[in-house]
Write a protein that binds this ligand. Structure first.
Ligand SMILES: Cc1cc2nc3c(=O)[nH]c(=O)nc-3n(C[C@H](O)[C@H](O)[C@H](O)COP(=O)(O)O)c2cc1C
Length: 191
C-alpha cells in the first residue's frame, strides 16, 4: 500500500473482532513508531502494551465524553480491543536544548509541549502501519489521564497522552468530511 493510499484509507475504528494481534505484528507497528522524527532525536515516546482484560476495562472506565453524561465513543473499543497501547511521553526531553547541563531551559516558546508533537508523530506512524496491515486503531485522548496513569503505574515524569485500541476491524466507517485545502492554506501571508 502506498503512503497516500494509507493516509486516505485509514479510519478511526471503534469495533473490533475477537481475533488476537500476535507479537510479530505488534513489533512491526512498534518499529513504525520507532522511526518517527522527534525533537533533537530525543524519542521521548513510551508505550505500555495492555492485553489484560481487567486492565483494559479499568482504562475504559476512565474515558470521558465530550459533554457530561455523554460516553466517549471509543469506550467499548478500549474495553474490547485485543490490545490497547497507552502512548506516553517521558517529560523533560523534548523541547529542551540537547545535552545542556541545565535541562530546565526550554529551547522555544512552546516550553516542553513538543513532547505531544513527538508522541503524536510516533502514534500516527503506528496507526498508518496498522491500517496498511489491515488492522484498525483510534486515537483516544479524552479521559481522566491521571486515573489511567495510576492504573498503568506511570512514574511522575511520564505523562499519558492517548489510549490506542488496536485490533482487526469489525466495521467499515465512511470517511469523515475534511475541509478543502483552500480553507486552511494561505499563500505568502495569513489573511
Ligand atoms: C488527538 C486526538 C484525540 C482523539 N480522541 C478521541 C476520543 O477520545 N474518542 C474518540 O472516539 N475519538 C477520538 N479521536 C478520533 C477523532 O474523532 C477522529 O480522528 C476524527 O473524527 C476523524 O475521523 P477519522 O480518524 O476516521 O478520519 C481523537 C483523535 C485525535 C487526533
Amino acid at each position: 500500500m502506498d503512503v497516500m493510499e494509507a493516509i486516505k484509507g485509514r479510519r478511526s475504528i471503534r469495533k473490533y473482532g475477537d481475533k488476537p494481534v500476535n507479537d510479530e505484528t505488534l513489533q512491526i507497528l512498534l518499529e513504525a513508531a520507532r522511526w518517527a522524527p522527534s525533537w533533537a532525536n530525543t524519542q521521548c515516546w513510551r508505550f505500555v502494551i495492555v492485553r489484560d482484560k481487567e486492565t483494559k476495562s479499568r482504562l475504559a472506565d476512565t474515558l470521558k465524553g465530550t459533554r457530561p453524561g455523554r460516553a466517549n465513543p471509543a469506550t467499548e473499543a478500549v474495553r474490547g480491543a485485543p490490545v490497547v497501547i497507552a502512548a506516553c511521553a517521558e517529560r523533560g526531553l523534548s523541547g529542551y536544548y540537547k545535552g545542556e547541563d541545565d535541562m530546565s531551559l526550554p529551547a522555544t516558546d512552546k516550553g516542553d509541549y513538543w513532547y505531544m508533537f513527538d508522541v503524536a508523530l510516533a502514534v500516527h506512524n503506528l496507526s498508518l502501519a496498522a491500517h496498511a496491515l489491515g488492522l484498525g486503531t483510534v486515537h483516544t485522548g479524552l479521559m481522566d489521564a491521571a486515573a489511567a496513569g495510576k492504573i498503568l503505574g506511570l512514574p511522575q515524569n511520564v505523562t499519558l497522552l492517548e489510549l490506542v485500541p488496536l485490533g482487526w476491524p469489525d466495521e467499515q466507517p465512511a470517511p469523515r468530511p475534511r475541509k478543502e485545502t483552500s480553507e486552511f492554506v494561505f499563500n505568502e501571508k495569513y489573511p
